[in-house]
Write a protein that binds this ligand. Structure first.
Ligand code: UDP
Length: 325
């Protein structure tokens, strides 16, 4: 299939592009390189340096004719979205509407969209399935939920089918070491902990150790980015073959605490990884774990690389190879 991957030079996008290329698809990456990097581009794909906020650059790119589009271009820091909602309105909402309009004009009928578990907000029960109420706690999650709504309308009005993939916590790197571009200024736990282990940061701040969890630190469902990448390919096959849209959770169905990740990092890296316990981060729930039963049933997909050792060791390998930019 001829596929355009918007945000394909980024952390998750590059893994998705690699997976699609490995499956024999023809891939074009469209990216403004604001957080993505040229290092994440592959010789067997085409690259367009364009911006989703510039409708002309989207139109021009889409005039090549694509059967499907994967949309991963967004701002993603939940905390920042509460301080700078304008940035999230523009990049996430306006950017997506530009993509939808250009796609409908160009006749692209299949979209796989990076949604988020942030659409659910504070968990009312665990594990979280797709029927869980969607009451986002932060503006980032709200933008993702709104986009899911736009996608439903564009299906009704324009016949564009879509898969909304509600990621839990993406982590890890390609086990074969083919992705070498690191994230910059990420506020997520794994990149931060890796930067401390590398000696690039002084310590890991643990955001609260008084949660109602086994060791008091926050528990999340970490999903390996290569597991996520396989799910994108499976979701695309589903919507094109079954001719039906889809909304699914993508998680490992198991929870890991901050301390479990920390101890595994210390073990695998052999580094001390100094920590400082600070207060809770506003809006952070104590525990989030996914039910991925629906993805298993509809896509035949489940996480296979998301154990804590794989998450940490593949990350450590990627960071070990990196030249800090
Ligand atoms: N966390 C932390 N220190 C950090 C970053 C994250 O203690 O520097 C904790 C955070 O409170 C949460 C977990 O690690 O319990 C995952 O946070 P992250 O920001 O990676 O993802 P989120 O679940 O907030 O989307």
């Amino acid at each position: 299939m001829k596929i355009v991957v918007i945000g394909g030079a980024g952390y998750i996008g590059s893994h998705v592009a690699r997976e699609l290329l490995d499956r024999g698809h023809q891939v074009t990456v469209f990216d403004n390189l604001s957080t993505g990097t040229r290092e994440n581009l592959f010789s067997d794909e085409e690259f367009i340096h364009g911006d989703i906020l510039t409708t002309d650059s989207l139109r021009q790119a889409f005039s090549q004719g694509f059967e499907a589009l994967i949309h991963l271009a967004a701002s993603k820091a939940a905390g920042e979205s509460m301080i700078k909602p304008e940035k999230y309105s523009v990049n996430n909402i306006t950017g997506t509407l530009n993509i939808l309009n250009a796609a409908s004009e160009a006749g692209i009928g299949n979209i796989v969209f990076s949604s988020s578990a942030a659409v659910y907000g504070e968990p009312q029960y665990l594990p979280i399935d797709e029927d869980h109420p969607t009451v986002p706690e932060n503006y980032y999650g709200f933008t993702k939920l709104q986009i899911e709504g736009f996608l439903r309308w564009y299906e009704k009005l324009k016949g564009i089918r879509s898969a909304s993939l509600r990621y839990f916590n993406a982590a890890g790197y390609d086990a074969a070491g083919r992705i070498t571009g690191l994230e910059h200024n990420s506020a997520n736990l794994l990149p931060v902990i890796m930067e401390v282990a590398m000696g690039w940061r002084n310590n890991l701040q643990i955001f609260g150790d008084d949660y109602d969890t086994e060791d008091g630190t926050g528990v999340r469902d970490y999903i390996h980015v290569s597991d996520l990448a396989r799910a994108h390919a499976a979701a695309l096959e589903y919507i094109t073959e079954k001719k039906q849209s889809l909304t699914v959770n993508l998680g490992s169905e198991s929870g890991l605490s901050v301390l479990q990740i920390l101890e595994t990092t210390r073990k695998i890296s052999g580094k001390k990884v100094p920590v400082e316990v600070v207060g809770r981060r506003p809006g952070d729930p104590g525990k989030l774990v996914a039910s991925s039963a629906k993805a298993k049933e509809l896509l035949g997909w489940k996480a296979t690389e998301s154990d804590v050792d794989s998450l940490v060791s593949t990350s450590w390998n990627a960071y070990g190879k990196a030249i800090r930019l």
